[in-house]
Design a protein around this ligand. Structure first.
Ligand SMILES: [Zn+2]
Length: 43
């Protein structure tokens, strides 16, 4: 599965698992959701 690892490593942005939008990865974040979806899920 090294191809998958290389694929993600080359991506400059992460993809939200909720809406599929690409978003900037926060330095101290392990989120798999963009800020918008994260807010919806935790309000
Ligand atoms: Zn999202």
């Amino acid at each position: 599965m090294t191809k998958d690892l290389e694929f993600y490593r080359n991506l400059p942005k992460k993809m939200c698992c909720e809406c599929g939008e690409h978003f900037e990865e926060q330095a101290e974040s392990y989120l798999h959701e963009c800020e918008r979806c994260f807010g919806h899920n935790h309000e």
